[in-house]
Design a protein around this ligand. Sequence first.
Ligand code: SAM
Length: 288
Amino acid sequence: MQLTDPKGKLHTIELVPGKIYHTHRGQLPHDDIIGQPDGSVFTSTNGSLYLALRPLLDDFVLSMPRGAAVVYPKDAARIVGLASLGPGARVVEAGVGSGALSCSLIRAVGTQGTLHSYERREDFAAIAIKNVSKWFGKTPDNWRVTVGDLALDCIDREVDAVILDMLAPWDCLNTAAEVLLPGGVLVAYVATATQMSKVVETARVMACWTEPRAEESLVRTWHLDGLSVRPDHRMNGHTGFLVTCRRLAPGAVLPPRRRRPAAGAYGEDYSGPGALPDSQDDPTRLES
Ligand SMILES: C[S@@+](CC[C@H](N)C(=O)[O-])C[C@H]1O[C@@H](n2cnc3c(N)ncnc32)[C@H](O)[C@@H]1O
């Protein structure tokens, strides 16, 4: 349960019959809360009011025990969207870390779909299994965890999507290409621009992927109080970048893209094929 105290602070507790929640604002017996509907308000022994709600998945993943850094809810939602995951999809992910992203993936693919998660570290896999099982109330039947390296131990074939969240996703691109169905989606979540560049350039050299695209998303919460309605002063300015591309059919060659060279690529005096019409036309600038 998630208790909101009179100052709006959240406290997550696991309800146990007979137990008492002690706060500096008095005590709250768990038995008062057990069996009551979500969204009920309870009074502690010193008269403070607590709102009780079951945590949402977003709340749960941010408060659960962590082995490795988790994928934030805003990025998990985009990953589900970018990979077009829905009921029945077959997905492979690595690494599983703390299991935060796994929760979103398992939910997206539903009971008809499957998620196979690979994790190199046994201790992290154990944390993830605990977290995911806690969220779903049991270890989901459509989820399998393998302790091992995706690049060495992957046994899957013909999956719809491969999701990589690790330090060196480029090491797993060959495996991803082997296991994905033609048209299947690869999503790599990376924290830095240098990782992003390396995964994109590796994918290009492999020549079995569509042209990679990359994005990041920024979520800004708002302060809502009377006339003081404005963006909050603080936000998570950076979590990670998402690089996506799709598996080409075996033997298919991506049609060459006709692109003008980047400004200055051949020097100012160049006037040959692909030259810019005039020095003001800078393709690196955003066009209106
Ligand atoms: C940042 S964590 C993943 C967090 C996870 N997505 C979550 O939301 O909780 C990265 C994990 O990838 C694992 N890892 C790195 N390379 C791997 C590989 N080649 N195969 C399997 N796991 C790998 C690491 O051990 C680490 O636990």
